[in-house]
Design a protein around this ligand. Sequence first.
Ligand SMILES: Cc1cc2nc3c(=O)[nH]c(=O)nc-3n(C[C@H](O)[C@H](O)[C@H](O)COP(=O)(O)OP(=O)(O)OC[C@H]3O[C@@H](n4cnc5c(N)ncnc54)[C@H](O)[C@@H]3O)c2cc1C
Length: 386
Amino acid sequence: MNLTPSSKIVIVGGGVAGLATAWALARRGLGMITLVEREEGCFRVSSGQNAAILRHATDSPATRNLTRRTRDLLHAPPADLCHEPLVDERGLVVLEGNEQTPLPWWADELLADDSCQTLSPKELASKAPGFVGEGARAWWFPHSGTIDIARLGASLERSARATGVAFRLGTGVKRLKTDSSGAVTGVVLEDHANLSADLVVLAAGAWAGELGAAVNAEFPGRPTRRHLFVTQPETRLDPNQPVIWDDAAPFYYRPEAQGLLLCIGDQDDCPPSVASGADPLVLRAARRALARRLPQFEGLKFARAWAATRTMTEDDTPVVGADPRVAGLFWVAALGGHGMSLSLGLGDLAASMIAQDEVQDAQLVAALAPHAPRRDWIPQRDWVQS
Ligand SMILES: Cc1cc2nc3c(=O)[nH]c(=O)nc-3n(C[C@H](O)[C@H](O)[C@H](O)COP(=O)(O)OP(=O)(O)OC[C@H]3O[C@@H](n4cnc5c(N)ncnc54)[C@H](O)[C@@H]3O)c2cc1C
């Protein structure tokens, strides 16, 4: 469909998917946009409850493409968004593999564009003092780090409001409205308000699938739960130390509030939900992992523990594009474990697809499409590093 500045667009969800899309659409002057968020404010669900790590070492080429675009935008945000970088310069160490396992899918590409360097055991020890990892190979990503997610959310909302986006906060979308042909024509809110729309953007995170299914749209994502833990403050910790992410363990940690934020890489299917308290079994496993991976901090108490939702696809690639069967519906969902790293690049691409820009990366657009074949990811390559 051809949208004009007077077309009505409703965006469902005020997480990073919805806000980044609203921001990118509004700065193009496209559409009269209303963003509906069930919570009293934006960035209250997964987008406000994550580890905030910028990482572009991912197996999915489409995710990698978008996270690299976002890396540049977060380091030098557009003036209408923010005048300071939205990510710090602490860097990221990724550990993975052993001498027998093939190199990761991302290695050639990211080495070639200077995104990363290999680290010797001595260099690793100086970046991750005392860390007992599993991965035998270590990679250094100097341009990765911690994203200021509070500022990212606030900047997106402020900029979107300044360019005319209307916000309906504290009331959810009860259902999508359709006409007799099944095309989406708007939304009905929980407060019974009716909003008509030429296009509805489903950016409802873990709830996107449910809302789409009710109008016969298929969504290849599934909500999963993951825990994060933050320890009490600890004076021996260097607040500037890089993020350490061991894919082989799996285990990652970084400084947070004078303590450590850590994750043991748990992933369980779950119903859509806002954050919950920690499962006692996972809590115990996290204590054991802390003692094993960072023995110098064994016994350090957790000050906070919570579980939040990541909506995953089989190929770890988000779902972005017009629904192939249901007219008037556009997906920006299933951001998996990469939503913050995808943020600005993803919003910009979604807006460009909605605007039907002539110049599009056809391969990227095809990989993100709701109906793209999403085969199980097979982590193997046909050659091993010599
Ligand atoms: C433990 C954990 C750690 C993570 N760590 C990282 C990380 O280090 N780096 C990274 O890049 N990513 C990370 N992620 C992933 C990232 O948090 C998500 O990919 C991202 O937040 C998803 O954004 P979203 O906008 O799709 O969903 P959400 O942020 O959940 O937003 C969806 C919004 O839609 C609203 N909504 C739902 N239904 C309705 C309705 N019917 N009407 C109105 N509103 C509705 C919800 O209230 C919610 O605000 C992590 C995730 C988790 C859980």
